[in-house]
Structures are given as C-alpha cells and as structure tokens.
Design a protein around this ligand. Structure first.
Ligand SMILES: Nc1ncnc2c1ncn2[C@@H]1O[C@H](COP(=O)(O)OP(=O)(O)OP(=O)(O)O)[C@@H](O)[C@H]1O
Length: 263
C-alpha cells in the first residue's frame, strides 16, 4: 500500500541489493548493490569479465540471481516480473533478434508483444526508425539478418524505447554506432533523463562516460569498488580513466613479453 511518505520519497528508479551469482563455483557477481536515482544517467564501467553484464542481466530479470534483490521503482523483479518489466527498457548484451523481419516489421511485432495499439506502434516505430536513421534507402525493406552491427544495435535500442519505459538499462549502447547516430543517441538519453527517466549504461569508453553520465559505478571482480556522482568517484584524479586504473590495477607488458612481434 502506498503512503503519503512514499509519495514524498519515491523509491529509486532501480535498486540492486546485494546481488550475487556464481558460475561453476566462481562468483561472477559478489554482493553488488547500486541505487539509481530518477532523472539520472549512471555509467557502469569495469574491466573485461568484471561482472557488468551478469549484474545488468540480473537487474532486468534476464538472469535469476543466487542471492539479493532487484527493484524497479520499488517493484521487485522476481516477485512481480510483469509489473517491473513494464517499467524497463532493455538493450541486452548479444541481443538476439528475429532475423527474417525488416526493422519496421520487427517493431510492429514488438509493439504487439508489449500490448501497444496498432496505430500507436506504427507512429512510434516510424519516428524511432527516422530518428535512428533506419528508414533510409540502405535500411528500407532490408531484413535484420542483413543489418550491419551498428544497425542491429540501433534497432535493439528502438525495441527498448518503443513502449516508453521509465528506466533504461543499456549494455554498451554506443558500441559500433557511428558518430552521427551516437550524437542522436546522446540527445535522446539526455531528453529521457530531463523528463525524469533513469538510464544505466555500461561502457568501456571512459571519455564517453565522463561526457554522458552524472553518476558512475566502477565494478571489478564482481564487486562495486566505487559508486557516486562523477565528481565523487573521480575525487582528485584528473580523469575517470586514472580512477579506473588506480582502483582496478594497471597491467603493463613486460620487457621480454611479445618480443616476437614486430621483428
Ligand atoms: N553463462 C556463464 N557461464 C559461466 N560463466 C559465466 C557466464 N556468464 C558470465 N560468466 C563469467 O562471469 C564473469 C563475469 O562476466 P560478465 O560477462 O558479467 O563480465 P563483463 O564485466 O560484462 O565483461 P566484458 O566487459 O568483457 O563484457 C566472467 O568471468 C565470465 O567468464
């Protein structure tokens, strides 16, 4: 039951509480807690194999955690998955798409799955395809199977946005996307957060996170090493990359290593 107190203090957009997941006796995610405020964009960064995708998969209900909880605007993902997923727009890692459809057909199909009316779906799909530049001569009537890597990413984003979610969780949304489309995506995400929506974006590109995010979480070895506003996490470091390397540890190539290269 909601109370006046709930209305004054609405729950965070996304709240992960001590999420844990072990694969073959090795913890991939080891007690990840994260609170994502409404109207904010959080950048999730970490080295390869840090547990970002596993954490995000549990955060959006694609992977069942061994322990811990995930809540979207206070709605628990595992006790009320339909209610929670209605609020979520997700771009997962390694998205699989129906390959024998065109982008337009895919969005039409997706809209129906999401329970949107035919007309609303058609209008939103046309707008998304136009904004994401998937309606030009190179894309019109082209099957998803024939899409380039960047086009696949963009149609995946369109599916994440179609039902007008409140919280976006995007795994590497800028990967393989050209600079013009990247700018469009940034504008779109800014508009989304300005309107009160919350976004979590994982990325390996520190400069992008610095430019885009107002909050950052650094994750390594399945744990959150730092989390807060960009300024809080960076502290006295000149750039986020310095904080990242300081916390995660640098890896140098030794004198004798790879000496067979370039001879
Ligand atoms: N399905 C799985 N089965 C076994 N191990 C897995 C599985 N998924 C992930 N892992 C392991 O869990 C750890 C975390 O992987 P995860 O994909 O979450 O990392 P990541 O931070 O997203 O990495 P990257 O930046 O390389 O995408 C890795 O050691 C990985 O090998």
């Amino acid at each position: 039951m909601s109370t006046a107190d709930d209305a004054a203090n609405p729950p965070p957009a996304l709240e992960l509480d001590r999420l844990g997941k072990t694969f073959r006796d090795t913890p991939a995610v080891d007690g990840v807690s994260l609170s994502v405020p409404r109207g904010s964009l959080t950048g999730l960064v970490g080295p390869n194999g840090a547990g970002k995708t596993t954490s995000l998969s549990m955060a959006v209900g694609l992977l069942r955690p061994d322990s811990g909880t995930a809540r979207v605007q206070g709605v628990d993902l595992w006790t009320d998955p339909i209610g929670a997923k209605r609020l979520l727009g997700v771009l997962p890692d390694g998205l699989s798409l129906p390959e024998r459809l065109t982008g337009g057909e895919l969005l039409d199909h997706w809209g129906r799955l999401r329970g949107l009316g035919r007309e609303v779906t058609r209008e939103r799909a046309a707008e998304l395809l136009r904004v994401l530049e998937l309606d030009g001569p190179d894309a019109d009537g082209v099957l998803v199977a024939e899409y380039s890597t960047g086009m696949r990413k963009k149609i995946g984003l369109a599916t994440a946005l179609l039902h007008a979610p409140s919280v976006l969780v995007l795994d590497e949304p800028y990967e393989a996307v050209d600079p013009v489309s990247a700018r469009v995506l940034t504008t779109l995400l800014r508009r989304f957060t300005d309107g009160g929506g919350a976004v979590v974006v994982s990325s390996h590109v520190m400069a992008l996170v610095e430019q885009l995010a107002d909050r950052v979480a650094i994750i390594s070895g399945g744990r959150v090493l730092a989390d807060g506003t960009l300024d809080e996490v960076r502290g006295d470091d000149p750039a986020l990359e310095d904080t990242f390397v300081r916390l995660v540890g640098a890896r140098e190539i030794g004198e004798g290593e790879l000496s067979w290269l370039g001879n």
